[in-house]
Design a protein. Sequence first.
Lengths: 114, 110
Amino acid sequence: DAGITQSPRYKITETGRQVTLMCHQIWSHSYMFWYRQDLGHGLRLIYYSAAADITDKGEVPDGYVVSRSKTENFPLTLESATRSQTSVYFCASRQGAQDKNIQYFGAGTRLSVL
Amino acid sequence: RKEVEQDPGPFNVPEGATVAFNCTYSNSASQSFFWYRQDCRKEPKLLMSVYSSGNEDGRFTAQLNRASQYISLLIRDSKLSDSATYLCVVNINTGNQFYFGTGTSLTVIP
């Protein structure tokens, strides 16, 4: 069951180009997150959102922009891609205090910046 | 210092073995603790939450030691299907500060 979907699943781009990664969830969860996963670092939080029109920086926000005009969507934009942004990106959502902070992840987007 | 530290392994164990993973966290204000499982090139999925009194789910047992700031995961009677990377996750507050360990790799050998 794909309650949270990411697109594209794979992306190759060039340095300096703008790239947008999409994330959509069907549950109307309040919270949504973007992580990147790199060898030796585990998952690191880029940005998160507590509700529509509310976003905040995570651990590694530089070079990324997010928006959340609708509860179900949380796109992540790399304004000018760099090689260091080559990574696997995961979107996640959680309902709130009721679900004891459990996060549900999308299948990931594998991004290569050449 | 990383918020969450795990032994990366790899752990290679025979079927039927018992294996234990530990994870330490640095922030004493941490409130919620989880083990996630991640299969190769897939997304992380919740294995189990970790409660103060310890909890069990079938062959999996999780323990929390707040005084020493570590959590553990015990897998009994290992199956081939348990082969995966196990991620330790800590929530610093009830908001959105989730910190992930780098994961411990487990391979169960026939």
